[in-house]
Design a protein around this ligand. Structure first.
Ligand SMILES: NC(=O)c1ccc[n+]([C@@H]2O[C@H](COP(=O)([O-])OP(=O)(O)OC[C@H]3O[C@@H](n4cnc5c(N)ncnc54)[C@H](OP(=O)(O)O)[C@@H]3O)[C@@H](O)[C@H]2O)c1
Length: 400
């Protein structure tokens, strides 16, 4: 008997709930809770109709620890899967500590009033989780998440030392909208408008936003303009794999997307500074989120694929070696299975697998862990059968 509490009923929460329900031999009881309970109820109804599995739902404002503690005490889960927003990471970790429950998330903490994400806030919980004998797994989506597991798997099985890591993230899909983000618009725009940053020779190198561009070829998709941006898994990967001489993260953006982004910034709509509008305080970026398409609604017309992977160079038996491991995910196939588009799917499936690893004791340990610190093998095995199969290319041209 393993009870799980999922917090957050957006695109990712929907996929996590679906995948847990599909694996109800492991997740014997599932509760989906969020700020707006009606969204949880819609997902629960859909799961009942399509999978015949009953899940319970609840309302919670995860900004408030006492509310969370009350809910966790009622539900009595073994694990909380946090797929709300990064702003809620610390309150949910606090509530897990108070109630003696394991914790897992997909994105690192960000303070709401500062567009800055780093692991320091969550790593600071290390001693408290350790003393409580509880496990906190950080960053168990696709990137961070699967990309970190890919790196750990490569280091374990294919290299003596890994030296160059390029994480390449391509969304080759088309949702037919002039501008929309694939996950929470506020979080997404904060992420992609900040300065670029990558690791080289023991230090961080900062760039202007989208300063470094290169056309990279993605399997089944083709050449796409790709840009170096800062992404959170780089921080833990360079710490956990000190042999890395360089680590970068590339993301594809279309010209149309970048033009919209530039306009949004130029007219002040990406600002997180509150302004006074007709006697009411509003945050421009939060207002923008309210008028942009809901990422969860993009699914039914979304065509094309995502392709995300790791391109790695290093040494094996004294020889230079290259290795590319990736997954391609079809937006349409994701929607047919879960009624969510590919970006939500590629995040939600790994979160469910991470939860499965903890509940089946394939992953364990007291403290706060990034996923690459865990055994990658049973996770990689599950990826193959849970909808995100991976492909390896040995000694190919990495283009980088
Ligand atoms: N690692 C990866 O690969 C990856 C990729 C994409 C996304 N992510 C992360 O996945 C998470 C979910 O993304 P998403 O696209 O599903 O976002 P979303 O569609 O905006 O959904 C967020 C959900 O969280 C709920 N929520 C927000 N504030 C809350 C609060 N105070 N208390 C309780 N619930 C609250 C929202 O409720 P309301 O409906 O009431 O607003 C909504 O149901 C984000 O943290 C995102 O950064 C990770």
């Amino acid at each position: 008997m393993s009870k799980v509490l999922i917090i957050g009923a957006g695109g990712v929460g929907r996929v996590v709930a679906y995948k847990c329900a599909q694996n109800n031999n492991v997740f014997t009881q599932i509760c989906l809770a969020s700020r707006t309970k009606s969204k949880c109820d819609l997902i629960a109804e859909d799961i009942k109709t399509r999978l015949g599995v009953t899940i319970s739902t609840a309302q919670v404002d995860a900004d408030h620890v006492p509310e969370l503690v009350k809910l966790i005490k009622e539900v009595q889960p073994e694990l909380v899967i946090n797929v709300a927003l990064p702003y809620q990471d610390l309150t949910i970790m606090d509530a897990c500590l108070e109630t003696g429950v394991h914790y897992l998330d997909t994105a690192n903490y960000e303070p709401q009033d500062e567009a800055k994400f780093e692991y320091s806030w969550q790593w600071a919980y290390q001693d408290r989780f350790k003393q409580a004998g509880l496990t906190a797994i950080l960053g168990c989506g696709f990137d961070p998440g699967v990309t970190s597991i890919y790196t750990a798997y490569a280091a374990k099985h294919h290299f003596d030392t890994i030296e160059y890591l390029d994480i390449v993230d391509c969304n080759g899909g088309d949702h037919g909208k002039a501008f929309a983000t694939n996950f929470n618009p506020e979080i997404n725009i904060r992420e992609v408008t900040q300065k670029g940053r990558y690791w080289e020779n023991g230090q961080w190198v900062e760039t202007e936003p989208h300063e470094i561009r290169k056309d990279l070829t993605y399997p089944s998709i083709g050449k796409k303009a790709s840009y170096v941006i800062y992404h959170e898994e780089l921080e833990s990967l360079v710490k956990n794999f000190p042999s890395l001489k360089r680590a970068r993260f590339w993301m594809t953006f279309g010209d149309e997307y970048l033009t919209h982004l530039r306009v949004i910034q130029n007219i002040g709509m990406a600002s997180i500074e509150p302004i006074n509008y007709e006697g009411k305080e509003i945050v421009p970026l939060q207002f923008l989120k309210a008028v942009l398409p809901d990422p969860g609604s993009l699914g039914d017309n979304y065509v094309g694929e995502t392709s995300i992977g790791c391109r790695i160079k290093g040494k094996k038996d004294g020889q230079d070696k290259t290795y590319y491991v990736y997954n391609n995910c079809s937006h349409q196939a994701a929607f047919d299975e879960t009624r969510a588009q590919g970006v939500s799917y590629t995040t939600g499936v790994p979160a469910m697998i991470g939860a499965m690893m903890l509940l089946t004791k394939k992953w364990s340990g007291a403290g706060v862990f990034n996923v690459e610190e865990m055994n990658p093998d049973p996770f990689m095995e599950q990826l193959m059968t849970q909808g995100l199969p991976w492909v390896e290319v040995h000694d190919g041209d990495l283009e980088l």
